[in-house]
Design a protein around this ligand. Structure first.
Ligand code: FE
Length: 209
């Protein structure tokens, strides 16, 4: 039998446990800034290692992007999604309506921010941020959370790990027409039907992890 390299599920479990503690404390106090500040450090630490993402969450789609739910807090205080981008794939212009943190794991992506004029509804392009492995970008609705994300690589896939302050796949939010700024209601859902089993420890026991 060939050697099987076990993914480091312990690292992912640790992260989920730390996030659960965080939302049970600071988030319970409605201290969004504290959740974002500490969550950003935790996610930055997680994506500075690339030994923990289950293979089923990392498969590159033939085109577009997959948004795979890795974990949702039972009280829907946060969710964790693996975004897998086909070469050059991009999202529509969209909002989130909750805090978000995007951590780059493999490859690179560009987040183009937009601001929306309250009176006319038209969009104006803001800053473009390029993320490299280990980088984390924060999205805060109070500061403007409208953007379009593109895989910066034309010849290979990219993967980013997203954290949100709720069950992002079930949230009623918006896609915007880039020309007119006209909003359209949108619920993203998730690509995967099955979540990875992070709780089987037998392979780790055998590997002495
Ligand atoms: Fe987004």
């Amino acid at each position: 039998m060939g050697k099987v390299l076990a993914m480091n599920a312990a690292r992912l479990r640790r992260f989920i446990a730390d996030m659960t503690s965080l939302v049970g404390g600071a988030w319970q106090d409605k201290d969004e800034a504290a959740v974002i500040e500490v969550g950003r450090k935790l996610l930055g630490e997680l994506v500075s290692h690339d030994d923990w993402l289950p293979e089923s969450m990392a498969r590159c789609p033939p085109h577009g992007y997959a948004q795979n739910l890795l974990w949702c807090d039972p009280f829907e205080r946060f969710s964790m999604v693996s975004f897998v981008w086909a070469p050059s794939a991009c999202t529509p212009v969209h909002d989130h309506r909750m805090w978000g943190l995007v951590g780059m794991l493999r490859g690179s992506e560009i987040s183009q921010a937009f601001s929306r004029d309250a009176a006319t509804g038209t969009l104006a392009a803001g800053e473009a941020t390029t993320l490299m492995p280990g980088d984390v970008e924060a999205l805060v609705p109070a500061l403007g959370d409208i953007h379009r994300v593109t895989n910066a690589l034309a010849d290979c896939g990219s993967i980013s790990i997203h954290l949100y302050g709720g069950n992002i796949g079930a949230v009623h939010r918006h896609i915007f027409d880039p020309e007119t700024g006209e909003p359209r209601p949108f619920v993203s859902g998730y690509t995967n039907q099955v979540m990875p089993n992070l709780w089987v420890r037998s392979a780790e026991d055998r590997a002495g992890m």
